[in-house]
Ligand binder design. Structure first.
Ligand SMILES: [Ca+2]
Length: 148
């Protein structure tokens, strides 16, 4: 069986950016995906849909991702303004930003916490705005870091 386009893309991204994709919905059957569940202490999981659905990706502590328009899901869609739920490992925090290059509003996601619906996270945003499909850059930091 030949290498699929998805596999080729995954391998390219993995070498370039230490990003790993997980199975979403519909579930994938290829062996390059990782089982879902909870991230280990130094990782965070990001999901396309709320309640941990759709495409997903994992990033480790120290990951600085300044521009999500440069990352695609396994279906080829941009990750920019697409993340809807997050799981944060116990040893890291995730700083999410509204714009690329860590611009716009910022929110600190707490260590060891699951966020099934970023649509319900609106503490830093006005009116009806919330964090669903709004993240354009982020950092996976140690527990001593927070938004400026
Ligand atoms: Ca989404």
């Amino acid at each position: 069986m030949g290498t699929t386009l998805a596999q080729t893309y995954y391998q390219a991204v993995d070498k370039a950016g230490s990003i790993s994709y997980h199975c979403g919905n519909p579930p994938c059957s290829s062996n390059y995906t990782n089982p879902m569940g909870s991230p280990n202490a130094n990782k965070a999981f990001f999901f396309e849909n709320s309640n941990y659905g759709g495409a997903s990706a994992e990033f480790g502590k120290g990951a600085n991702i300044p521009d999500l328009t440069r990352y695609n899901t396994t279906s080829g869609a941009k990750w920019n303004d697409r993340i809807s739920s997050v799981k944060v490992g116990s040893g890291v925090r995730v700083l999410i930003y509204e714009h690329i290059n860590y611009g716009g509003r910022c929110m600190t996601l707490s260590s060891g916490r699951d966020y099934p619906s970023l649509g319900s996270q609106n503490a830093n945003l006005s009116g009806s705005e919330n964090w669903n499909d709004r993240i354009s850059s982020f950092k996976v930091t140690g527990p001593d870091q927070s938004c400026p």
